[in-house]
Design a protein around this ligand. Structure first.
Ligand code: AMP
Ligand code: ZN
Length: 117
């Protein structure tokens, strides 16, 4: 499958990994939008949040648990951080393999104010 994040999972494309278990991997974003910008992904290829099934529930919960742990390890748990999941075109999704962005390390600008209908 021609999926860049599957290739990162398999190790055929290099990444700076910060976390890995049997189901999840997390690595530094190649083009960071904040001092801390890490992507947390399931190893299972799920294209978007729309494709998450009921049986994926524990996996999605584990993505957030990993995000929480990584935030602690990166020293931003107390200062704060943002978790982002972009879905499809209007959401700005570029890579169609489910991922959560962990952003922090500085005061992030409010996003809701930027959204115009
Ligand atoms: P999204 O717009 O939510 O699909 O975000 C995709 C993210 O993947 C962007 O922030 C990219 O900078 C990041 N990205 C793309 N290719 C790589 C890569 N090879 N290693 C790490 N991050 C990547
Ligand atoms: Zn994939």
């Amino acid at each position: 499958m021609d999926c860049i994040f599957c290739k990162i999972t398999e190790g055929t494309i290099p990444s700076k990994k910060v976390f890995e278990n049997e189901r999840i991997v997390a690595f530094h974003d190649i083009s960071p939008a904040a001092p801390v910008h890490i992507l947390i992904i399931p190893k299972k290829h799920i294209p978007t949040m729309n494709d998450v099934t009921e049986e994926d529930g524990p996996l999605v919960a584990e993505l957030f648990a990993a995000a929480r742990q990584i935030a602690r390890e990166q020293g931003i748990a107390e200062s704060g951080y943002r978790l982002v999941n972009n879905v499809n075109q209007d959401g700005g999704q570029v890579v169609y393999h489910l991922h959560v962005h962990l952003l922090g390390g500085s005061k992030l600008s409010p996003i809701l104010g930027e959204i115009k209908s």
